[in-house]
Structures are given as structure tokens and as C-alpha cells.
Design a protein around this ligand. Structure first.
Ligand SMILES: [Zn+2]
Length: 463
């Protein structure tokens, strides 16, 4: 296989896996052309031109072949899925498509409680979903899997018209979480300069932009919005692209960022279980193109707007394959061909989280559980509370309504912050880094929960 200079060790054919399809003649032509394009300089136009020639049926056929292989592998190696196949009377050798696996749905809980039953070979690296102690999932990978995932990110750089001459800053978190490491490795693969900033105060990054001649920003929206304000207030430093993921970014904030940096802001959608990116926007910024060679994404029981829970089936995992795994996101999907020509399905929106899980200030957490715990250590409050997340101008606000009749509310609020610092260091850290504004509002005891009314403790009105 001929590997493009930008992707040492990773042939672009691996990404456009469909070119492996042995039967379809048109694929050979595409392959030949692609090679030609890549020998020169592949950019969004070239990839787009080639993509237009790829029928979706070819992609789906390869996806099906991969699924058949993955299911057989699970039957052989995965204790959890062996048990599931037996329980639901599924003969893994007879599985021909995802429809044959309809009886299986892997709950979040199974991965939290029995992670090692999913592991099929010696793991080489693990990433966790961040969150409240004990509830975060631990997902294992081989280095090969991580390597493959980084190729996809590197490919997306090409799709955005970036080149190895561009200079990146990586402000994703490196602690246990997947995006920091993956983006760093992707830049390595892309052979571009990349400053590993990790998640730090935005000023630390801003002060280095000119020195390192950074022209591509990567990180969480909440951090990048702060950085944008800094550039807006001090000096606007032109960028070539801003790449972000992991948190919702309202359209008006995207427009603001695009105006200040003078470039496009691209969003990605991913997560630990996806091994980073599930998909990303193309230059048309209209939905997340899914990587359908490595995963099948389904929308379970869509409502009248097409929104439903997202189920993930991995297709090329060797360490911890997942079948119809309920990732906890709600989304809407389309298979309509995008203007860019890529034949993949797209997730058009992530409509929120099931199970009260939230991403705020660049962290994933269960706000209700976290505040339940930290308020439990504050004697002056009743324990009933309501948390509201919303945008105010360019800030995400997390407002806590708590019940207390203590005379000195300053004292109570200090105790709440102290408890946050001690019992929810993640939340505290993000608060200190100015990722969001935390507000506290005292209400009289028993006012939040009227008689027989179920208290809605988490209200997310950020979109
Ligand atoms: Zn597109």
C-alpha cells in the first residue's frame, strides 16, 4: 500500500476502507485517482471530488463485512457478548447485518460494572469518561486502535485544507480523558507542529500564540470562547482554523469565534467509547460525518423529529468491542448525501443527554449526583436543590438553587464551595478556570419541592 506522506504508516485507503472492496470496478478507478490525487497534494476539493464517485452501497457492503467479522470475534473472545448471544439465542455465525442483533442492547451499566468481561486481548492503554467517582467508564484499547483513530483526525485536517506547515495548539485535557492524547498523536501523524497545552487557564495559551506562530486552535468550546474574548479585547491573532468538540457550541458563539479569528470553526462529535472521534463536520459545517467503516451508529426509537438514543456498534476493535452500546447521547441522523460529496451518514444534531448527564466547562459529569454528594456535606442546607445550566452572553452559567434558612448565607455559600473543592475537585477546577460561572441562589426550605411534585433537579436550557 502506498502511504501518503501526511499519513506515515496509515494508508489513506484504510480510512476510505471501501476501496478494499474487491468486486466493484468503479472502486478501482477511484483508487487509481485517489492515489494520483494524494501523490500531489490532497485537499478538500480533491477528496470531495473523489468522494462523489463513491456509491453509498459500496460503503455499506464493507461495513457489513466488518460487522460479520467483529461479531465472530466477540463470540470467540468477549465473555460478555458470548453470554449475550447465548441469552438471546443469537448464532454469531448467522449474523449478516445489524438487524440480526436487534435483541441486544448494551447498557452503560454493564461497562461500568464489568469492564473486564468486555476485554478481548491484553489492553495497552485506557481512557476514562470523566465524571463522579465510581461512575466513570474505563475503556481499554490497543495502541493499534488508538493509532487508527488518530488517522481519522489527521484525515480531517486534510479535509479542512490544513497542511503539515500549520502550527497547532492542543488545549484538550490529557488526564485520563481521550481527546488530549489523540489530538497530539494526530498532529504527530500529520507531521505538523503541535503545542501540548492541555487544559490550562486561557491566558496561558493566549500569551503563547504569537511566540509559537500558532494558526490552528484545538480544544473545548468553553475554553476557546474565553480565549476568543481575550483576543477580541487585546489583539486579534488570525487563525486558519479552529477545531473543537466535546461540548455544545451555540451557533451565535461559533459566529463570534469565526469573526474574531477570521476563520472557520469546525465541530467534532466523539467520546471515549468511540475512541475519540465518532465524526466531524466538513467544510459545509452541516452535521457530523460519521466514520462508518469503524462503527455503526443507530438511532433507537426515533421520535417524530427523528431524535432518539444513539447506539454504537464498533466494527474494527480488538480490545473492547461494543455491540449496540447505548452511549447516552440523543441525536438525529441523515443518510442524505452532503454537498461535500462524502458518502457517509451524518449526525445532524446532538439533542442532549439521557440520564441527566451533562457536559459543561469541558467536562462530562452527572450534575445531580455530584451535587447530591457535595451538598450532603453542608449541614445548613436541606439537600433539595435545582441546578440550571444556561448561556448568558458568552458565558455558560450553572446556577444552584438550594434551600436554607440559615441567617448568614455568605457562610453557607462558602461551605458549598469548600465542599465542592473537597468532594468534586473536577467541578471545582473548571469553576476556578473560569470555564463557567457558578451562581448560588438561596430559597426557603421545602419551596423547591411542592407536595407530591417530583423535583426536577437538573434543568439544561443551553440550546
Ligand atoms: Zn459534508
Amino acid at each position: 500500500m502506498h502511504a501518503h506522506a501526511c499519513f506515515p504508516g496509515c494508508c489513506i485507503y484504510r480510512i476510505f476502507y471501501l476501496f478494499k472492496s474487491r468486486t466493484v470496478r468503479v472502486v478501482k478507478t477511484i483508487k487509481k485517482n485517489l492515489k494520483k490525487y494524494l501523490r500531489h497534494k490532497a485537499g478538500p476539493e480533491q477528496i470531495s471530488a473523489v468522494s462523489r464517485l463513491i456509491p453509498r452501497s459500496v460503503l455499506l457492503k464493507t461495513q457489513r463485512d466488518n460487522l460479520i467479522r467483529q461479531v465472530r470475534y466477540c463470540a470467540e473472545k468477549s465473555a460478555y457478548y458470548r453470554e449475550q448471544f447465548a441469552e438471546h439465542g443469537i448464532d454469531p455465525l448467522k449474523v449478516r447485518g445489524i438487524e440480526d442483533l436487534a435483541a441486544i442492547e448494551t447498557p452503560n451499566k454493564a461497562v461500568v460494572e464489568r469492564p473486564y468481561d468486555f476485554v478481548c486481548c491484553p489492553p495497552q492503554i485506557a481512557f476514562e469518561t470523566t465524571g463522579t467517582k465510581g461512575r466513570n467508564k474505563k475503556i481499554f484499547f490497543t495502541n493499534g486502535e488508538v493509532n487508527r483513530a488518530t488517522s481519522h483526525i489527521a484525515l480531517s485536517f486534510t479535509l479542512y485544507g490544513l497542511t503539515p506547515a500549520d502550527r497547532f495548539v492542543n488545549s484538550y485535557n490529557f488526564s485520563f480523558w481521550v481527546p488530549g492524547v489523540l489530538h497530539q498523536k494526530a498532529c504527530e501523524k500529520f507531521e505538523a507542529f503541535c503545542l501540548p497545552a492541555s487544559k490550562v487557564a486561557p491566558a496561558e495559551i493566549y500569551d503563547r500564540l504569537e511566540f509559537y506562530k500558532i494558526n490552528v486552535l484545538m480544544g473545548y468550546p468553553s475554553l476557546l470562547v474565553r480565549l476568543t474574548e481575550m483576543a477580541d479585547a487585546n489583539k486579534r491573532i488570525p487563525m486558519k482554523a479552529v477545531l473543537c468538540s466535546s461540548e455544545p457550541l451555540p451557533e451565535r458563539l461559533r459566529e463570534y469565534m469565526q469573526e474574531v479569528w477570521g476563520c472557520k470553526v469546525y465541530m467534532g462529535y466523539g467520546g471515549t467509547e468511540y475512541c475519540g472521534g465518532a465524526g466531524g463536520e466538513c467544510v459545509h459545517q452541516n452535521g457530523y460525518h460519521l466514520n462508518e467503516m469503524d462503527q455503526i451508529v443507530e438511532i433507537k426509537d426515533p421520535d417524530e423529529n427523528g431524535v432518539g438514543e444513539i447506539l454504537l456498534t464498533t466494527l474494527n476493535r480488538e480490545c473492547m468491542p461494543l455491540i449496540r452500546y447505548n452511549i447516552g447521547d440523543l441525536g438525529r441522523m441523515t443518510t442524505e448525501r452532503c454537498k461535500c460529496g462524502l458518502p457517509t451518514a451524518r449526525i445532524m444534531e446532538i439533542a442532549g443527554r439521557r440520564d441527566e448527564k451533562a457536559t459543561i466547562g469541558s467536562m462530562d459529569f452527572l450534575p445531580v449526583k455530584a451535587f447530591d454528594e457535595l451538598l450532603g456535606h453542608v449541614p445548613q442546607v436541606t439537600g433539595d436543590f435545582q441546578l440550571k445550566a444556561y448561556w448568558e452572553g458568552r458565558y455558560q452559567i450553572m446556577e444552584l438553587f438550594y434551600e436554607s434558612d440559615a441567617a448568614d448565607q455568605d457562610q453557607v455559600q462558602k461551605a458549598i464551595v469548600a465542599s465542592m473543592k473537597e468532594h468534586s475537585p473536577d467541578i471545582y477546577k473548571n469553576y476556578m478556570l473560569d470555564m463557567y460561572k457558578f451562581r448560588m441562589t438561596c430559597v426557603p426550605p421545602r419551596s423547591l419541592r411542592g407536595d407530591n411534585v417530583k423535583l426536577n433537579r437538573w434543568v439544561d436550557i443551553r440550546r
